[in-house]
Design a protein around this ligand. Structure first.
Ligand SMILES: NC(=O)C1=CN([C@@H]2O[C@H](COP(=O)(O)OP(=O)(O)OC[C@H]3O[C@@H](n4cnc5c(N)ncnc54)[C@H](O)[C@@H]3O)[C@@H](O)[C@H]2O)C=CC1
Ligand SMILES: O=C1O[C@H](COP(=O)(O)O)[C@@H](O)[C@H](O)[C@H]1O
Length: 299
């Protein structure tokens, strides 16, 4: 892609996984309502390409999307316990502002961070916990209707619907990635559901790279690694996008330790957590903590 790529929510966990993997591969324009410390910004991204703005600010968003070829839209409230006023503002209203601005500016490709929680309602009592185990062959493939298990999931289903609308009305290519559970260096520990939907950092970066490079119309895909345990199919992501994940939660013990003789995740080839290639840059205070209060059951 020759034009810049706008990344919203660039300072967060997913944004940083993408930038650590693909920092050198695109001309990035970064938007976040929190100022990004230098350690979170790839080399070569100028101050002019860093927007400190809320995604509900239409003017700022229009400025940020001008002349970009693609948008990866991550900004929002990621909490599964998020209250309605927050998801309404940050996830639904904010997503509509970003998608409309992108469509009206003639952006070619738009990748939207949807969530496993858009379909959490399929995890019924009679299906769980078997669903999370490798022997179980139940699969969601992205063709099913959304079935949110919480209001956060409702907001993600709304984002998918907005994507459908802006694809149909403006012919913008839209891919909605129902992201599983992103953790760094190892799958979620002692958590069957989390291990079934693990998305490693390098697979996350690779998947969004494919969202920027592949040709598609409107797609809903699952964003998980190649886990033996899984109830999401990654076939559509493979077919439509050319996704070819490298990681598998089965290569780790239930406690999250790498099993012997496996190729441990390399963090996109970088051996630390930051972009600080020169000694003058401050080290990150902490790796990409979410700026909403944590979900109570997240350790
Ligand atoms: N981390 C995960 O495992 C998953 C994440 N997702 C989705 O991916 C996206 C990113 O999630 P994380 O990186 O985990 O969250 P995060 O909380 O670490 O990062 C979100 C970033 O967006 C920014 N932001 C939030 N609201 C904003 C607004 N109104 N205007 C401008 N910036 C705003 C925050 O400052 C933050 O830097 C979210 O949409 C989330 O729902 C979906 C499924 C799983
Ligand atoms: O959408 C999201 O999902 C992941 C995984 O969900 P969980 O119920 O297993 O915690 C969550 O970690 C992330 O914060 C959220 O945005």
């Amino acid at each position: 892609m020759d034009e810049p790529v706008l990344l919203t929510g660039a300072g967060g966990r997913v944004g940083q996984a993408i930038l650590r993997g693909l920092g050198d591969d695109y001309d990035w324009r970064l938007l976040d309502r929190e100022p990004l410390p230098a350690a979170k910004v790839p080399d070569g991204v100028t101050d002019a390409d860093r927007y400190v703005a809320d995604i509900t600010d239409e003017r700022a968003v229009r400025e940020a999307v001008a002349d970009v070829g693609a948008v990866i839209h991550l900004a929002g409230d990621p909490r599964k316990t998020a209250p309605w006023d927050s998801v309404l503002r940050n996830n639904i209203d904010g997503t509509q502002v970003v998608m409309r601005a992108a469509a009206e500016a003639g952006v070619e490709k738009f990748a939207f961070a949807s969530s496993n929680h858009a379909v959490g309602g399929y995890e019924t009592e009679d299906r769980t916990p078997d669903l999370y185990r490798p022997e179980d062959d139940y699969r969601l493939d992205g063709e099913e209707l959304p079935r949110p298990g919480n209001l956060y999931g409702v907001s993600k289903a709304a984002g998918e619907s907005l994507g459908r609308f802006y694809h149909d009305e403006f012919d913008m290519s839209v891919v909605c990635v129902r992201i599983g559970n992103l953790t760094k260096d190892h799958p979620p520990r002692e958590y069957e559901r989390g291990q079934a939907m693990w998305l490693s950092h390098r697979d996350c970066a690779h998947l969004f790279d494919r969202c920027l490079r592949a040709e598609y119309g409107y797609e809903v895909v699952y964003g998980i690694s190649n886990n033996d345990r899984r109830y999401y199919s990654i076939e559509r992501a493979r077919e439509a996008l050319g996704y070819d994940p490298a990681d598998n939660s089965a290569d780790y013990t239930f406690e999250g330790k790498p099993k012997a003789d496996r190729d441990t995740e390399t963090n996109g080839g970088r051996d630390d957590d930051s972009f600080a290639s020169d000694a003058d840059r401050p080290a990150p205070e902490s790796p990409a903590e979410p700026n909403f209060p944590a979900d109570p059951d997240d350790a």
